[in-house]
Design a protein around this ligand. Sequence first.
Ligand code: HPA
Length: 271
Amino acid sequence: MYEKIKNSANYITRFLENEKYTIGIILGTGLGELGKSIEIKHTIPYAAIPNFPVSTVQGHKGNLLIGKFGGKNVIAMQGRFHYYEGYPMQEVTFPVRVLHEIGVKQLFVSNAAGGVNTSFLTGELMIITDHINLFPEHPLRGKNLDELGPRFPGMTEAYSPRLIRIAEECGRKLNINLRHGVYAGLQGPSFETPAEYNWIRVIGGDAVGMSTVPEIIVARHMDMECFGISVITNSTASPEAIKTNHTEVQDIGKTAQPRMTALFREIISRL
Ligand code: HPA
């Protein structure tokens, strides 16, 4: 496994022209547009990278973008791998390990999520302060890769309090309203039943989605500093509101893009 990570990292490193890249971004829903704001030096299709899984979901591109954003060198994943697509957890999280091997120290992610907290409105942005892992498989299950991190990594402060503080300052400066909350991650691909949304609310979730948690666990295993934002694409507050569909999730995701891009640019420019 570690050899595979190194092979992929070596391939990508050739495009970095001896410059340092310490910032990684996963462009989930709400951040796809950010890709257009990067001064791109190289676009590497996932299919060209040795050992990389290949993206299958409609509307998700599969490229690694290498360039400058907010005045900093960044590597952005345009398209992520979801567990519901059928990949084992080790493949879902493989790119995060490769980013770390390249030298990435800070990981920024975004996602679309259902707002379980009844005060959340659709289109709002939620800073992820913590998560609840409800996936049926753990990304660190199996032999521990001691080169990468400990067998039993801690998960307190999985989302960097320092980056959250910077994000709050940036939100104030840019006049972007930011909520805070706990992201519950589960496998999908079906949206939740009313009873399931209620259960997530009862166990302490504010938002629910189908990504992010495995990536953050693997990143924290390697001691990367993590930051995540959810776009609240649908409210789960009432049975009428719950009738979630993918088109609606994508549409609301799009309206959040300019705010999300501006916020990430401001945060990254301050690092
Ligand atoms: N549930 C799970 N994932 C989601 C949702 C939801 O309601 N909305 C957007 N992604």
